[in-house]
Structures are given as structure tokens and as C-alpha cells.
Design a protein around this ligand. Structure first.
Ligand SMILES: Nc1ncnc2c1ncn2[C@@H]1O[C@H](COP(=O)(O)OP(=O)(O)OP(=O)(O)O)[C@@H](O)[C@H]1O
Ligand SMILES: [Mg+2]
Length: 503
């Protein structure tokens, strides 16, 4: 056995994040580590990489007990990690990133020719075509992630840990990453793979370990587990039935009716082609399209992000000012962005304060949201979104990744907007909470909120949308309503090059 973990325990104030966990990793396997938000996956990994010191338990690598005290010590032992957010430096060249900390020197000077050669060596065998003297930031996230993997493998070489590596990749890029991972497995590395995408678990992993509430639940061969049993292990209960939804045609064609928002000729040169959008009260509009098609950019126009754009918004009363996010918020709009880590969280404020932020911004700072009201909001949303925490006063930075995302979502909901944009609302959120969020979307629309939802998970998008707009190559190319909203029609519209030219 390459790596064995026994009785691993780690406690934070008020939380037993790991409770006597065991875990084994063989050389030449991909071992998926799964569990709900807050189950303890990242904590286990941080104990392996030296970011956390366990309270008790044993970690053995090649039979020898180890107790890494820092990431670099773990790397020297042979354990490398790649996180979802690439931890490399975009403004340095690919070669500089790969050789960082161990630059080849000649007479005390860094030799750039030598470094280039070393970097090319490190990338050989990964099947990607990269100019190592270009800045890393000029490449796609997928390429950046492969560079990060190449660096981790070169530095460590025995164990590779991937903590949600695929969250911001499109389907083709995921395939590319998987090919790289399979190649490394065949070279005899042990790979730990953390993800919430169960399709990927079945596509890539050889074995699966499930954690729940900091405890080891099961370890089995992937081939011996089916999806339903796996989810039940994760949840600790039987799977509930999916929420029923029928797309409703809200009849947004024709003149702007009361309780309808209309956006006209929204565009930004070089970013999004002009489009109109109407959205009825209580309607859910889905934006479908590939990563980079212009989905997020379209949504940003509606919320006044990114400065000068053309286009106007109006409701039944008259024009609505949305030339900045502040104006949009004042108009009762909300936007929970995709990249919640950078756009959303104030890590050292409490859950209560984070949730109250958007409402405060909407009201203006002259009318503070009282502490009682904040507490009440926090209480409501901790329950509604099942945020796993001991209490509302905990700093958001101490929550697990998925629970931090729920807090950002809660913040926008607490503002009670009339129009809410949700960009990838279930990214990083576990299977149990997925269903909760879909249910919540239905409740909100029943209360009269209008929603624009962006999601790469088509099944989910179709499950919530009354109408789906397909974005391709920065233009809105198709619109499907009511009974036409099916996986097949949407997939066809996303893929169908040149259909609109023919029509
Ligand atoms: N630095 C910290 N301080 C306090 N509590 C923490 C800290 N890090 C993690 N925890 C707690 O430990 C538990 C396990 O968190 P962990 O991040 O390991 O979950 P996870 O399985 O990675 O979840 P996710 O899928 O949401 O990323 C959670 O209850 C979390 O709040
Ligand atoms: Mg995590």
C-alpha cells in the first residue's frame, strides 16, 4: 500500500472535522474521496499536505510514518496537491511557474535557456502544446491546471491530490485533464480525486471512499457501486424523489405587461452581440451554452457589471437604471456570481454578517439592518439551505467550500430581490443540497421572484427553467419555451452550427 491512514482525528472549536478516519491509497489507482459539504474531505487532504496537524492518528507513506508540517515538507515526501483555484502565478511564464523555487543556475545566475529546457521536459508526456516562454495567464484554466499537475508531479511524484480540479472546466477540457490523470495512474502514481460531479467519479476512479460527518463510511471498488447506493452512503438516508417541474409559458411576447422586466438591445462590443430579454414575474429563464459562449457576460450586462455598455431596462413603471451594480441592487436586482471565492465571501466576517451584506447594500448604509434582524435572517437561511455550522457567529472562512457557497447564495436571497441572477448555483454543492436548491428556486418563483439561471449542468437547467435561451459564440441564438424545453432540443441548439443561417 502506497499510503495508509488510520484513526485520523482533527477537531476545530465546535466541530469534529475528522473522527477516526481511515483511508488507503494504492500505487496506480485513482481513488475518489466523496462526501457532502462539510464531510471532512478538504480537512483530510490538508492533514496529508501539512496544512493542518491532526490531533491523533497515523499516516504512513510506503510503510513509514510521516507527519508533514508544511506543504513543502509534504512535497519532499512525495505528496503533491492541485486545488481548484490554480495556485500558480499568471504573470510569470509557464517555465518560471514550473521551475519556481528550483531554478537551474549557472555561475549563480538563473539560466533561462536551461529553465526552458527543464520546463519542456516536465511537460513532455502530457500531450499539450504549450510555449513555455509565454505567460501562464494567457492559457486556459485547463492548461493552467495541467501545468500545476506537472509541477506537483515533478516535485513530489508519488501521491497526487486533486481537490475539485474540474469545477471550472468545460467537457472537452475535463476529458483532456482525465487523459493526463490516466497517464499518471499508468505510471504508478496514487491519485486522490475529490469532486461533486458523480459522472466524473464513475468515469475516472478505480475505488471510492465516502466520508460523512467526519467519519469513514465505506470504501469500495467503483465498479461495485451504483449511483443511487453511492448517494445514499453520502447522505446517510434514502434518496428523495426529484422535484417535479413543468416549464410554463409566461407569454412574454408582445408589449411589456405589468410585472415584467424588459431589457432592450443589451450589448457590449466584442463581448456580447445585442440581445433583448423579457422576463415575467415568477419566471425562470435559463441561459445555456458552452463555457466561454457569453453566458456570464450576458448576465453581467443585466447587472451593470463592467462599465459602459449599451442597452436599456424598463418595467411597467418606466426606465430602470442598471448602469452599475449599485444601481442594479437599488432597483431590486441580485447577482450570485460563479466565482464565489473571489466575488462573494468576506472570510473573516461571520455567517450572520455575510448574509446581511446585500440587504444592507440595498437599503443603504444610513439604515442599518439591526442585529436582531440579521440573526433572524441568518437563522432562516442556515435552515433553508442546510448550511452546516455550529452557529451563525462562525467566521465564513471556517466553513467548508460548499457551505461558503451556500452563504453567498443566502446573502442574495436575504435581499429579497425581484430579479435574481444565479450563475452556476450548484457548483461545488453536494448532491443532497442540489435538490434543496432546485426546490428553493421553485419556492422563490411561487413568491414572485424572477430568476435568470446559468448552469453547465443541462439536466438541472432544464429542471428549473420555464424558458431556455441558448448562447453560442457570444450571441443569443435560440429560445425554447414551455414543452419545447427538453435536453434534446437544448443540446441541439447548443451544437447546431449555422442553423440560424439556414432558417
Ligand atoms: N479552519 C477551520 N476552522 C474551523 N472549522 C473548520 C476549518 N476548516 C474546516 N472546518 C470545519 O470542518 C468541517 C469539515 O470541513 P471540510 O472543509 O473538510 O469539508 P469538505 O468535505 O471539504 O466540504 P466541501 O465539499 O464543502 O468542500 C466543516 O464543519 C468545517 O466547518
Ligand atoms: Mg472541500
Amino acid at each position: 500500500m502506497l499510503l495508509t491512514i488510520r484513526s485520523l482525528t482533527k477537531t476545530f472549536p465546535g466541530t469534529k472535522a475528522l473522527d477516526g478516519v481511515r483511508f488507503d491509497l494504492r500505487a496506480g489507482e485513482v481513488h475518489a474521496l466523496l462526501g457532502e459539504n462539510g464531510a471532512g474531505k478538504s480537512t483530510l487532504i490538508k492533514c496529508l499536505t501539512g496544512a493542518y496537524r491532526p490531533d491523533a492518528g497515523e499516516i504512513r507513506l510506503d510503510g513509514q510514518p510521516i507527519a508533514p508540517r508544511s506543504t513543502s515538507e509534504a512535497q519532499e515526501l512525495g505528496i503533491g496537491t492541485v486545488y481548484q483555484e490554480v495556485n500558480l502565478l499568471p504573470n510569470l511564464t509557464v517555465a518560471q511557474n514550473l521551475c519556481f523555487g528550483r531554478e537551474p543556475r549557472r555561475f549563480g545566475m538563473v539560466s533561462s535557456r536551461e529553465m526552458k529546457r527543464m520546463a519542456q521536459d516536465m511537460l513532455s508526456g502530457y500531450g499539450i502544446d504549450v510555449d513555455v516562454s509565454r505567460d501562464l495567464g494567457t492559457y486556459s484554466v485547463a492548461i493552467q491546471q495541467i501545468v500545476a499537475i506537472a509541477r506537483a508531479v515533478a516535485l513530489s511524484g508519488k501521491v497526487l491530490i486533486l481537490d475539485e480540479p474540474t469545477a471550472s472546466l468545460d467537457a472537452r477540457e475535463v476529458e483532456m485533464l482525465f487523459d493526463v490523470v490516466r497517464g499518471l495512474r499508468d505510471r504508478g502514481l496514487g491519485i486522490v480525486f475529490v469532486t461533486h460531479f458523480l459522472d466524473q467519479v464513475f468515469a475516472l476512479s478505480d475505488r471510492i471512499t465516502v466520508l460523512r460527518n467526519g467519519c469513514h463510511i465505506v470504501t469500495e471498488d467503483t465498479a461495485a457501486l451504483d449511483r443511487v447506493r453511492l448517494i445514499e452512503h453520502m447522505l446517510g438516508r434514502a434518496l428523495e424523489d426529484e422535484v417535479e417541474h413543468r416549464a410554463v409559458d409566461h407569454g412574454v411576447a408582445g408589449p411589456v405587461k405589468p410585472e415584467m422586466l424588459a431589457f432592450d438591445a443589451m450589448s457590449r462590443r466584442g463581448v456580447v452581440e445585442p440581445f433583448d430579454l423579457r422576463i415575467a414575474k415568477g419566471e425562470v429563464v435559463g441561459l445555456a451554452g458552452l463555457l466561454g459562449s457569453g453566458r456570464t457576460e450576458s448576465a453581467e450586462l443585466l447587472f451593470g457589471i463592467r462599465g459602459t455598455t449599451t442597452g436599456t431596462a424598463r418595467d411597467e413603471v418606466g426606465p430602470v437604471r442598471i448602469d452599475s451594480p449599485r444601481a442594479a441592487i437599488a432597483a431590486g436586482f441580485g447577482f450570485a456570481p460563479e466565482d464565489r471565492k473571489t466575488d462573494g465571501i468576506v472570510a473573516d466576517l461571520s455567517i450572520r454578517e455575510n448574509i446581511a451584506l446585500a440587504l444592507q447594500a440595498r437599503r443603504g448604509w444610513a439604515r442599518p439592518v439591526s442585529r436582531t434582524e440579521q440573526a433572524r435572517l441568518a437563522e432562516t437561511y442556515i435552515k433553508r439551505l442546510d448550511i452546516r455550522t455550529s452557529d451563525a457567529e462562525k467566521a465564513v472562512g471556517e466553513l467548508s467550500g460548499g457551505n461558503q457557497q451556500k452563504v453567498v447564495l443566502a446573502r442574495w436571497l436575504a435581499m429579497n430581490p425581484r430579479f435574481l441572477i444565479l450563475d452556476e448555483p450548484t457548483r461545488g454543492i453536494d448532491v443532497g443540497a442540489h435538490a434543496e436548491i432546485l426546490r428553493l428556486i421553485h419556492e422563490l418563483t411561487a413568491e414572485g421572484m424572477s430568476l435568470l439561471v446559468i448552469s453547465s449542468e443541462l439536466d438541472e437547467l432544464i429542471a428549473v427553467s420555464d424558458r431556455v435561451i441558448v448562447v453560442r459564440d457570444r450571441a443569443h441564438v435560440a429560445e425554447l419555451t414551455g414543452a419545447d424545453v427538453t435536453t434534446e432540443t437544448v443540446v441541439r441548439a447548443i451544437a447546431d452550427h449555422g442553423r440560424e443561417e439556414v432558417a
